[in-house]
Design a protein around this ligand. Structure first.
Ligand code: SF4
Length: 315
């Protein structure tokens, strides 16, 4: 396959995808709109997933005590200073489960975000068991006018893993929600974690074929990070041998193998997690995300790897 030298990426990147639609970089602005999660408030469970520490994922300007409008304005200001180039923005409802509320509340919050100049769409992170016909109807209607994506936490395709991390939903729930979303013409994104306890490298690689059969628009990959104060930290201290915590070089080799097996139609939005070192118990890689991404792209070239190189199309 000819990649035209080093200028063409060896995977479908989200940045290129958005640039293709809007003609410029589109920056996601994370919002904490004050949602909770059915796995925390008792609807499905208490205590949450064993790895979850939302503070570690949220940028500092996210504060549920501030209105969505204010969070977005501060986010735009933050990114204008840092990047000096983004001119379109997507409101990213990130913290906890952002469809875990009545449709009337979702409508108000989303309209508040979409009413701000420069916001071209929304990305809504949620759990697969937090959508239904009525909520998807709202997103379907918005999709005619705006960029709309629902981002589902898949985390693992194996129910033994989902049970072990106290996810309180199954992979069948995930597949159903993603299919319902895509069937309505709404973009569906997915999020995977590599290194969850009890999963072997072979199982993780095997998951590429399973995920590839879902009608996803995009996918994000994270290495497992264990955060201070989580149930997983305690579990790790008791049974460290049950975990495969990736070092950076090992992870990038693994991910290169993984994307060779991945559906070449998916857009890859992230290849690794980056969280402030103060939250991480283990492992701490050091380099910033941009450096990790550069290393990954270099590795793909060295190996002559590309997304879908070993993907098997099923009729
Ligand atoms: S579903 Fe998401 S927000 Fe809820 S506990 Fe799990 S990781 Fe945290």
């Amino acid at each position: 396959m000819d990649f035209g030298g080093s200028h063409r990426r060896r995977f479908n990147s989200y940045i290129d995808h958005m640039r293709g639609i809007y003609g410029s970089r589109v920056q996601k602005l994370a919002i904490d709109a004050g949602f909770t999660c059915p796995n925390r408030d008792g609807t499905k469970g208490r205590g949450g997933c064993t790895f979850c520490l939302n503070d570690a994922f949220n940028p500092s300007y996210c504060d549920p005590a501030r209105p969505v409008r204010q969070q977005i304005a501060e986010g735009i200001e933050f990114h204008r200073k840092r990047y000096k180039r983004a001119c379109n923005y997507v409101a990213y409802f990130q913290a906890y489960s952002n469809t875990h509320a009545p449709v009337s509340r979702l409508t108000d919050l989303i309209n508040e975000a979409l009413g701000i100049e420069g916001i071209v769409g929304i990305v809504v992170a949620t759990r697969p068991d937090c959508v239904d016909d009525e909520k998807l109807g709202l997103f379907r209607a918005l999709s005619d006018q705006y960029y709309v994506m629902i981002e589902y936490g898949i985390e693992s395709v194996f129910n033994k893993t989902l049970e072990r991390v106290n996810r309180c939903h199954s992979f069948e729930d995930t597949a159903r929600a993603i299919r319902m979303t895509a069937a309505r013409g709404i973009r569906a994104g997915g999020h995977m974690i590599f290194g969850l306890p009890g999963e072997t490298r072979d199982e993780m690689l095997q998951s590429a074929g399973i995920v590839s059969e879902l009608p996803l628009t995009s996918i994000k990959f994270h290495q497992l990070q264990i955060f201070r104060g989580t149930a997983m930290e305690q579990e790790y201290l008791k049974n460290p041998g049950d975990f495969h915590l990736f070092g950076m070089e090992d992870y990038l080799e693994f991910l290169a193998d993984y994307i060779e097996l991945l559906n070449p139609g998916f857009i890859i939005e992230r290849v690794a997690a980056e969280t402030p070192p103060r939250y991480a118990f283990l492992p701490s890689w050091g380099p910033r995300y941009d450096t990790v991404l550069m290393k990954f792209e270099r590795l793909l070239e060295e190996r002559n790897s590309w997304q879908g190189k070993r993907f098997v199309f099923k009729l």
